[in-house]
Design a protein around this ligand. Structure first.
Ligand SMILES: [Zn+2]
Ligand SMILES: [Zn+2]
Length: 486
């Protein structure tokens, strides 16, 4: 590695000693005393980790630095899978010898991913993951700050009035991990089945790389890393990041999401609608109940529920523009116990997904009115509860073009494909209320292997996607910083 950075030669191990090098090497000589000091604090920090103390939310405490990663044991399987992908043919080199720097540290980033994967934390409780991120950023001289609850991290790199933001999410899903791999989840009932461990690792790698440029005054502006909690939960974590100032001065924001439908090395881009809004609606009907021999003397609730189930979605299809991409689907229904008794109460619950922002805005009132109209005349009393989930992600056209161009520069022009619209929800949408931005899909599949979908217990990735993701997002940050449109 370049003598300029005083970096040790990379070893083939993914163990902790190699991981240590990522942090030593990221510092210039003037920081060496700090680093040595931090190394001396390591054993004390491990003690505090082992007592299970919650990390402090005070960003000033981040300067105590160590890494759990040097505990990771190298294994043949790990070493085999950690080859850092070469810049593909047709790709542009990164500035400042970053390609060599990243290649030397690919195995360490894979070790980070495996550590996070083995220690998943559920939504709103991402304290250890946030602490790990903050520690690693602090080691390279950055000043990360925690969100007020300590379960997310915001970190600026470089100088400038306008900011380009990059976002990752930290949380795992409440699913068992059914894989048989050395980095399988060690937490019962929690697994990184949506790839947020990969997103976090990539953004950390981007931060370490950009810190290199900033230290040499070669970063042409200010980049903000947003590591948010609770993407999978409602309420979700993006509004917490925004209220903590995460979008202050942000001119554009970018993110990626693992896409098991695409092979590793490909990026899927789509301007316009990208993911759907996902709201929930519950309809509860009540009536006097009675004998099924005499429905005319009561309110036939099962009949009324049936009308809600069938008529409301089909009426909705006739009341909104078909291009708005509205989909209402019931997920649960319950009423009654006996075959000859009309029940006194029943309910139906479902989701409403919308791709168009105006249609999403109007959906609660329209759907509530349709339910009331359908129930009117059945004699039942109706109560509608409509709960907002996340807005639709509508990718900005310029931001999409920027990240598409950057991905082409990072991976080669033939590696950028058109992404499909997803009817899933993604709370990245909240940031787009504050600045233009775009989310892309990062291919994670190993060609020839069966599809391992996100939100499946056995989800895993081709870890070469981490290298591709870091390259694509570093290029994106640099392209956006120099784009006068933002
Ligand atoms: Zn998910
Ligand atoms: Zn996700």
């Amino acid at each position: 590695m370049s003598a300029h950075h005083g970096v040790r030669e990379p070893s083939p191990s993914v163990g902790g000693r190699l991981y240590q090098a990522i942090r030593d090497g990221a510092r210039s000589g003037r920081h060496q005393n700090d680093v040595a000091q931090r190394h001396r604090t390591r054993s004390r920090l491990f003690e505090s980790r082992n007592t299970g103390n919650a990390p402090t939310a005070d960003s000033n405490q981040v300067t105590d630095v160590t890494s759990v990663l040097h505990l990771a044991q190298p294994s043949p399987a790990a070493a085999a899978a950690t080859a850092w992908p070469e810049p593909p043919p047709g790709a542009d080199p990164l500035p400042g010898h970053l390609d060599r720097w990243l290649a030397a540290r690919g195995a360490e980033l894979v070790a980070v991913r495996r550590h996070i994967h083995a220690h998943p934390e559920l939504s709103h409780r991402e304290f250890e993951t946030a602490s790990l991120v903050a520690r690693e950023l602090a080691v390279v001289g950055l000043t990360p700050r925690f969100l007020p609850k300590g379960n997310g991290v915001i970190c600026d790199i470089g100088e400038g009035d306008r900011v380009i933001a990059l976002r990752a999410d930290l949380d795992a899903l409440p699913l068992p991990d059914t894989k048989d791999v050395p980095y399988r989840s060690t937490v019962d009932g929690a697994a990184h089945a949506c790839g947020h461990d990969v997103h976090t690792t990539i953004l950390l790698g981007v931060g370490l790389a950009l810190a290199q440029l900033a230290e040499r005054n070669e970063l042409p502006g200010r980049v903000r890393l947003l590591f948010q909690p609770a993407e999978e939960a409602v309420p979700s974590g993006a509004p917490e990041v925004i209220s903590a100032g995460g979008m202050k001065d942000v001119a554009a924001i970018f993110a990626l999401h693992c896409a098991p439908q695409l092979p590793a090395g490909l990026v899927g881009v789509r301007p316009g609608p990208f993911t759907a809004a996902a709201d929930t609606v519950s309809v509860r009907l009540t009536g006097p109940g009675g004998h099924t021999a005499r429905p005319h003397l009561t309110a036939d609730l099962v009949h009324a529920l049936g009308r809600v189930i069938v008529d409301v979605p089909s009426l909705l299809d006739r009341r909104v523009d078909p291009r708005a991409g509205v989909s209402m689907v019931w997920g649960t229904v319950h009423a009654g116990e006996a075959h000859n008794a009309i029940p006194g109460a029943g309910y139906v619950k479902g989701t409403v997904r919308v791709l168009n922002r105006d249609a999403w805005r109007e959906a609660p009132e329209l759907i509530t009115r349709l339910v009331r109209d359908v129930v009117a005349g059945t004699g039942a009393e109706v109560d509608v509860e409509y709960v907002r989930g996340v807005p639709p992600v509508i990718n900005d056209r310029m931001a999409s073009a920027t990240i598409a161009g950057a991905a082409a520069a990072a991976l080669g022009p033939d590696r950028v494909v058109e992404a499909e619209i997803s009817m899933g929800g993604e709370d990245f949408a909240f940031y787009l209320d504050h600045a233009p931005g775009a989310m892309v899909r990062l291919g994670t599949a190993t060609p020839g292997e069966p599809l391992r979908d996100i939100h499946q217990s056995g989800f895993d990735v081709d870890e070469r996607c981490i290298g591709y993701g870091v390259r694509a997002m570093v290029h994106t940050a640099l392209a956006a910083l120099t784009n006068p449109a933002f």
